[in-house]
Design a protein around this ligand. Structure first.
Ligand SMILES: [Zn+2]
Length: 96
């Protein structure tokens, strides 16, 4: 069935730029776990919606919002309620 949201949907790699800005690290290979259904995977495998205010990353299995990042001129808001955890690699900053 055609779903209009497919038009706006990209994979999580499309959000790599803003995630890099926020975390100062390459995040697409970082593991995370969906708080709703327990799906584990790399951030790059989440579904990214870039057309709203900020970036929304959704679980590819249950479509729950895992991570939401909104940038304002003065701050970045990170909503990670949908993630059991996020992992930030130590010493990964020099890789790229
Ligand atoms: Zn899920």
């Amino acid at each position: 069935m055609f779903d209009i949201t497919q038009e706006l949907m990209l994979d999580g790699n499309a959000a790599a730029g803003i995630l890099h800005d926020v975390f100062s690290a390459e995040m697409t290979a970082s593991p995370t776990e969906c708080a709703n259904c327990g799906k584990r995977g790399e951030l790059g495998t989440l579904l990214a919606f870039l057309h709203g205010p900020g970036v929304v990353l959704r679980c590819p299995v249950c479509r729950s919002v895992v991570l939401r990042v909104v940038e304002t001129p003065r701050a970045v808001y990170l909503d990670a309620r949908g993630a059991v955890y996020l992992r930030l690699e130590k010493g990964g900053l020099s890789r790229g």
